[in-house]
Each structure stands twice: as C-alpha cells, then as structure tokens.
Design a protein around this ligand. Structure first.
Ligand SMILES: [Zn+2]
Length: 409
C-alpha cells in the first residue's frame, strides 16, 4: 500500500525534475518536511549530500547521472526518492503524462526557494462506483484540488475527499441508469469538482480556504452555526452556499451577506441554498407556507409524501420570487433532461368526479384530468366540472396547460 505522491522540483531553467515518494501523501505532511535544509524530507541532520544533489539537478543533471552520484556511501533514507523519475519536464507534461490520479494520492510542487504547494488528486475513473464502467484511465484523468493550510493542518481536506467520493457514487449510479454516458459523466464531474463545498467551522479558516471553492454557510442544525463564529463581513467576496435553515432564515442570511455596506467589500455570491425541513414536514403530512406549516392535505388519500414535498417546493419558489430572489435563467445539466409530461387518466385513484361525484369513466368523452400545484390530481366528468371546481377553489395547475389532460373529442 503506501500513500504515494509525486514531487516536482523546479529547476533554474523553469522546468522540473520529477520524484516519487511512497508515503508522502499521508495527511499531506510532506509539505512541512521538505525544506532547503532537508530537500527530500527525512529526519537526518547530515543532509549536505541531498542539498548538493538537488542543486545539481536544478542545474540540469540527468537522471542517469544520479546513480553514480549516490553510489558508494550509505545514504540515510529520505521521504522522497532522491533519484528522479524524469527530468526536464514542464508542469503540464507532468500532469498530463505522469500523474496517476488513482495511485498517486497527492502532488507537491517545490519552487527553487522551497515554497511547497500541495495538491490532492481526484480521480475521475468510475469502475468502482458503477456496475457497467470498464477499467478507466488513471493517468491524465482527474482534477487537482489545491489545499490551504491553517495551523499546520490541511483545511477541509478530509471533507473534500468525502464529498468527491459521494459525488462519484451518484455519477456511477447515473451511468448505470443510462442517464450519463461516460463522457457526459466526466464533464459533469469536472464541473462539479469546481463547485465542491467546504464548510468552515471557525472564523480563521474562512480565509484559508481557496477562493475557487464554495463556502458552506451553516444556518440549520449544525454543531457550529456560521453566525456563532463569524461576522457577515468575513464571507463577503466569496462564493457561498447556505446550508439548512427555513427560507426566512436563509433570506435573512442572504441579506446580511449581500446588502450594500460602507466599506468596499463586494457582496457574497450566493450560489445555492438547501434545506431538508420540508421533507420532515411531509412525513407528518404538512407542507410549508410562508405563514407556517399547513396540514390541510393530511387526511386526503391522494396526497403522498412526494406530492407534499412538491407542494412545499412550489410555495418556497413563490416565497423567493416574492422577495425578488430567483434566477433569471433555468440551469440545465448537459445529459440530464427530465421532461414534465402532465397527468393522464391512469393517474386517477378514484372514479368519482371531484366536482359532482359522477363516475368519470361513464361519460361519453372519458375523464378530464388536472394536476394542481397543491400536488392533487383531480378527475372530472366534464370540462364544466373541471372549470367550476378549479375556479371555486382558486386552484392553479402545476405547469400551466400542460397539466390538464383533455380527452379526445
Ligand atoms: Zn362532474
């Protein structure tokens, strides 16, 4: 096993020598073990030979010449193998042709002044997440995630890996269900990696999280809520996803993070919200409204949990729209096309006309069916009954005229 990593050392000509480390990826600690005094890591105090060797490599010494250089004496072991795998490479060449995203858990880049940048490798291969995907490429097939540091520890590293594993699990399922092809899956992974969310739990780490990652702002039931350890100002200028909290609480947070302020800090860019409260409510037959929970559908046979959730979602959309917060465009996922098809007579669970009680199957034209944004699917014996019931009860179709089935004449 091991925690394999590749380490690229910058040369004086701007190209790199590429070295291997069998344990260097473990908790990314290699970042702190490489220094001018100990260029290949390790605890030995006599590292003069290592400093000399690296200086020669930086000046263009070839890999083959290193054997002679190292022969003869016993060298103390180092964390990074002193003999390079290759020399004279650009970073692009290393990433495209040498970095194995499955077997190398990390990649370190060391500048001529011994500044060390640590990257996590995220492999896009899906053979362990899908029943149908064959063995995937491991070289040149993945993404590098930058890692920032706070107090000697990588920030959000474990969380990032957990999120990526969960993402791959979902994408693997989508391939098995025929929703994704391997190439749309790769595009999807690439885009989602850029959106992975890291949730800071203390004020100091907010700044330590790379700008390209989305920050999670905890507003629901977390062990530490964002407003307990930070000020809204700490989040400004960042991409933020609001985690949890009912819509009014989320609205309150969004206003604090985006309202104009006297200092020049730009507002936070709110990229999303989520909340699982309405699923909980639906288990008890209640849907969410801006005025509180409503259980008016609880005793109706035709209202399922799924429909109750959908009804809550419709009310939440209304809430955001009435507060002026709703995207102008609808995001569309490449490869994901769910089309609403509208109700059909097969969706009816009872034969009685919702308005007059007559058997809808016995009329000359068969049932009229409407699906409302309350989640209810109603059957009618005639257009008149549909029209009357809909208007008397102030009902709204869930997707306009698409939600009304009118039997052929
Ligand atoms: Zn009727």
């Amino acid at each position: 096993m091991g925690h394999r990593a590749l380490v690229a050392y910058e040369r004086t000509d701007g190209q790199y020598t590429l070295h291997y480390s069998h344990w260097g990826a473990a908790n990314l600690k290699l970042k702190h073990r490489i220094s001018a005094e100990s260029p290949f890591g390790g605890d030995n105090t006599d590292s003069k030979w290592a400093k000399q060797l690296l200086a020669e490599l930086a000046d263009g010494l070839e890999a083959d010449a290193v054997d002679g250089y190292l022969a003869g004496e016993d060298r103390p072991s180092t964390v990074v193998e002193p003999k390079p795998r290759a020399t004279g490479l650009t970073l692009d060449e290393i990433v495209a042709d040498h970095l194995d995203y499955l077997h190398h858990e990390a990649f370190f880049v060391v500048s001529t002044t011994f500044e060390v940048t640590a990257y996590r490798t995220l492999w896009f291969g899906l053979q362990y997440d899908s029943e149908t995907v064959e063995q995937g490429k491991t070289v040149g097939n993945g993404a590098l995630a930058t890692v920032r540091w706070y107090d000697g520890e990588p920030v959000g590293d474990g969380h990032l890996q957990g999120q990526f594993a969960a993402l791959k699990d979902v994408v693997g399922d989508m391939i098995d269900k025929g929703v994704f092809t391997p190439s749309t899956a790769r595009q999807y992974l690439k885009r989602k990696v850029a959106e992975l969310i890291v949730v800071p739990k203390s004020r100091a780490v907010i700044d330590a999280i790379p700008e390209d990652l989305v920050l999670g702002y905890s507003r629901g039931y977390a062990d530490r809520l964002a407003h307990e350890f930070s000020d809204p100002a700490d989040w400004r200028g960042r991409r933020v996803h609001i985690l949890g909290g009912s819509p009014p609480k989320q609205l309150d947070a969004i206003r604090q993070l985006t309202r104009p302020i006297l200092t020049d800090e730009p507002p936070a860019d709110i990229v999303g919200v989520d909340w699982n409260g309405l699923h909980r409510g639906a288990q008890f037959g209640e849907f969410w409204t801006a005025d509180g929970w409503d259980d008016s559908g609880r005793d109706a046979d035709h209202v399922t949990v799924r429909k109750t959730v959908r009804h809550s979602l419709a009310r939440i959309r209304e809430f955001w729209q009435s507060n002026g917060i709703w995207p102008e465009t609808t995001p569309e996922d490449a490869g994901l096309h769910f089309e609403y098809e509208g109700p059909s007579p097969a969706d009816l669970e009872q034969a009685a006309c919702t308005e007059c009680g007559a058997n809808v199957w016995r009329t000359r034209r068969g049932p009229f069916v409407a699906e409302y944004d309350t989640g209810a699917v109603c059957g009618y014996c005639s257009y008149e009954c549909y029209f009357t019931h809909r208007h008397r009860n102030d009902l709204e179709e869930i997707a306009g005229e698409q939600s009304v089935y009118i039997p052929p004449a």
